[in-house]
Design a protein around this ligand. Structure first.
Ligand SMILES: *[C@@H]1O[C@H](CO)[C@@H](O)[C@H](O)[C@H]1NC(C)=O
Ligand SMILES: *[C@@H]1O[C@H](CO)[C@@H](O)[C@H](O)[C@H]1NC(C)=O
Ligand SMILES: *[C@@H]1O[C@H](CO)[C@@H](O)[C@H](O)[C@H]1NC(C)=O
Ligand SMILES: *[C@@H]1O[C@H](CO)[C@@H](O)[C@H](O)[C@H]1NC(C)=O
Ligand SMILES: *[C@@H]1O[C@H](CO)[C@@H](O)[C@H](O)[C@H]1NC(C)=O
Ligand SMILES: *[C@@H]1O[C@H](CO)[C@@H](O)[C@H](O)[C@H]1NC(C)=O
Length: 366
């Protein structure tokens, strides 16, 4: 590099140094590992090889993602991707489908489009990896990690320092309870009974996760699925959302904070926390972006393959009929990481979880 103007040269060197600093900063994650459980809101390609309608491995999905099309159900990064970056991971966490031995010590993403708390949720779309199966996959990954690390005491301590994210429940409504022509649940259970049954199954699954070594767990509530373009198109609305759906989902969400508190009081070293996805997604002030999709929709609410999406994805909340755009994911991820209000995340936001997990491991080392 020849420097004709010393000022410009100085600026370039500073820029290079700053890039180096940023690189150093992001190469030191706050926790050693990060495991992700959930549905299409976090799936990063696990469904690509399954026989199902619930896959997003074609354009225009991924149009704003650095690696392009991957199977993510959005234009750019998912909530899980953005939280991983906020935690300081320099690479995206690998999908379970593709995780190598080298990958698994920093974590695995088990997310699967269509998946639910209940095994049958999403089966109308085809194959998927339910939360119960994701927990089995996690047990298999832990066995692999044990073989690699060759020291069970070390591995047991190691996995207690990880952050765990669980984002489940939308498909237990969208692709189960709200589809009486395919599933009997709405004839068997009132909305309140269904919420109770779901919460009870979820409680067992979150306890299994504890038994598999998880201690720092962020449990996301279900978002405002009555405001998704696909549900509005199906059920119609007198306002901006299908309120009856949001009311049914609230019955489930309202059980999650007590559930998380219950786990924390039953297991003294558990640090589970509830992320209020509905609260964060509700605009507090200003004008909400309209609940219309950015891409052209197939009848099932996903993008038409190879269709041209909206030009400016920053102006839309929804990329397709169900899934938020990267800008909407950024709001949810940022506020779950650094709560802006006491109701966003309780009792901890994810930055606090990360700090506590490090403190706890330091205490253990003393
Ligand atoms: C796994 O990697 C292969 C080759 O890079 C790629 O084609 C495939 O889409 C990936 N699958 C997932 C689930 O990321
Ligand atoms: C196994 O890991 C524990 C905890 O890190 C450590 O104290 C112990 O020395 C290790 N054992 C061996 C044989 O390396
Ligand atoms: C809209 O209002 C009418 C009359 O109150 C009601 O019957 C209908 O169920 C409402 N539709 C929705 C989607 O809420
Ligand atoms: C917590 O303990 C109570 C009392 O033993 C029990 O009823 C409840 O099911 C437990 N909850 C969890 C999530 O383990
Ligand atoms: C979620 O946030 C909303 C809006 O801030 C609040 O009204 C609601 O009580 C919160 N829910 C829980 C369970 O904390
Ligand atoms: C997209 O919209 C945002 C928000 O209004 C604006 O800041 C940005 O400049 C727009 N981008 C393009 C390419 O028009």
């Amino acid at each position: 590099m020849t420097c004709y103007f010393s000022l410009l040269c100085h600026t370039m060197i500073v820029a290079v140094l700053m890039q180096f600093q940023i690189f150093v900063a992001v190469s030191q994650p706050q926790v050693p590992c990060y495991f992700i459980f959930g549905d299409s809101l976090v799936d990063n390609g696990n469904n690509n090889d399954l026989v199902t309608m619930a896959k997003a491995n074609y354009p225009p999905y991924g149009i704003d993602f650095p690696e392009g099309v991957t199977g993510r159900f959005t234009n750019g990064r998912t909530i899980a991707d953005i939280i991983g970056q906020l935690l300081g991971f320099s690479k995206f966490i690998s999908s379970f489908a593709n995780a190598t031995d080298e990958d698994i010590s920093t974590g695995v993403n088990y997310g699967s489009g269509g998946a639910g708390i209940r095994d049958e949720s999403g089966s109308n779309l085809g194959g998927h990896i339910s939360l119960n199966m994701q927990l089995q996959n996690h047990a298999a990954i832990l066995s692999r990690l044990l073989l690699l690390q060759q020291n069970s005491t070390f591995t047991n301590e190691y996995v207690k320092k990880c952050i765990y994210l669980v984002n489940m429940g939308s498909n237990d409504y969208i692709n189960n309870y709200l589809m009486p022509e395919k599933f009997p649940t709405s004839r068997i259970f009132t909305p309140d009974q269904y919420a109770a049954v779901l919460a009870s199954q979820f409680s067992q699954q979150l306890t299994t996760l504890y038994q598999l070594g998880a201690r720092n767990v962020a449990v996301f509530g279900v978002g405002l699925i009555g405001c998704t373009p696909a549900e509005i198109a199906r059920f119609g609305t007198n306002g901006t959302c299908v309120e009856s759906i949001n009311n049914d989902v609230k019955l489930f969400n309202d059980r999650l904070k007590p559930l998380v508190d219950n786990i924390n009081s039953n297991f003294s070293d558990a640090r589970y926390t509830f992320i209020n996805a509905t609260g964060i997604s509700t605009p507090q002030r200003g004008v909400a972006l309209p609940n219309v999709p950015c891409c052209q929709l197939r009848s099932d609410g996903q993008c038409i393959p190879n269709s041209i999406p909206c030009a400016n994805r920053s102006l839309f909340t929804f990329f397709d009929g169900f899934h938020p755009t990267e800008v909407a994911n950024t709001v949810l991820a940022t506020r779950s990481y650094n709560a802006q209000s006491p109701t966003d995340a309780s009792p901890y936001d994810i930055s606090q979880l990360a700090a506590i997990s490090t403190d706890a491991s330091q205490l253990a080392a003393i």
